[in-house]
Design a protein around this ligand. Sequence first.
Ligand code: MG
Length: 449
Amino acid sequence: MSQLMISISGVRGVIGEGLTPEIVIAFAQAFGTYCNGGRVVIGRDSRVSGPMLHGLVTGSLLATGCEVVDLGIAPTPTTQFATEKQHSAGGIILTASHNPVMWNGLKLLAPDGLFLDEAEGAKVNTLRVNGSYARKSWEQLGRLTSYSNAVGDHLQAVLSLPEINVEQIRRRRFKVVADCVNGAGGVIVPQLLEQLGCEAVYLNLEPHGRFPRNPEPMPENLGQLGRAVTAHHADLGLAVDPDADRLALVSEKGVPLGEEYTLALAVDFMLRRKRGKVVANVSTSRVLDDLAAKYGCPLERTKVGEINVARRMREVGAVIGGEGNGGVILPEVHLGRDAVVGIALILQHLSDAGMPLSELNRTLPQYTMCRRKLALPDKQKAAAVLQKLEEIYAHEQMDRLDGIKILRDRSWVQVRASNTEPILRVMSEAPTAEAAGHLCDEIMQALQQ
Ligand code: MG
């Protein structure tokens, strides 16, 4: 993998290799110039490289005349929420999300707390490439302030949702094991669980940024959590990624449900309460199609990427949406993936249903996904390969929203070029693991012909 990944809304890289101080300063000065001396909110996850990045970014923003509002260690959704509420010109989150500990990065936010879109990101990038930064004199430098109640504001917004009955959840006295992977979730998850009257057991709580395992909350990384749930006879287990926008659930039997079922359960809960539109990316489980049909609600699909989902949600006035990787978006709070929102909705759902999580999950249609990668000799080849595949499967039902998605009876397989690496991602879903595997095999063979 390349050691520096420049995306629409920021940059990510390995510290000391791709993500050098020079790159960080260039991005931060470009963004400060783009924000034109306005207010910029900064939050960071708990990574060891966070303070170093924070110094570089803060100094660069002040140099371009921006007022910097520092949140300290804060989850991505908290920073998104604060950027909007503080009437800012923009925001920056210092995080590499679920990437391993040696990575870090800058995620750039628009005044509404959404990630920059393609046009906005291109403007920042042009400023960076041209090195055309605002350079202020000593009396025009920006001012540095800190704001310590961003977590409190965010929690307050979640707990005052009309769908959340705090007293009802408190009466259940849920026993919860929460794994914050020593990330930014550690500054908010305990407060949330305490307010909801949970008896909580914590794993990897302290936000010191030395992740004890692969920090992506995939089932294969949640063994410690599963064992703790059974050892403590807990009602459920929760795992968040280092910047706490993704949430994964573990049943009372210690079994991870798979991230797709976080959003599925949240959608099931919301549509029971409030009928309306649902938006998800094209790679999210078809369990959402089944749920939308069950409740008679329209489901819209978008290209992969939080910004695509969030924008579409706003356009159509969706009641809920998100991405299958554990990213629940509830527009009543803000238009970003939010594990705090996810936890509150799931606890309310469990409280209403009055059954164990494994049983509640079994009320949903069950599907399994399979994921593969195919290396490309170079990124330009992707279009030609996809074209060939389209010809081979021309007789089948196909969705061309993002790469190619072949739709079959209760199953699908998708091939799309990665935005960041010279690879094709192959992803399938079917009612059994075996059927999903066969679909991936079939496409891998067709690709290698
Ligand atoms: Mg994340």
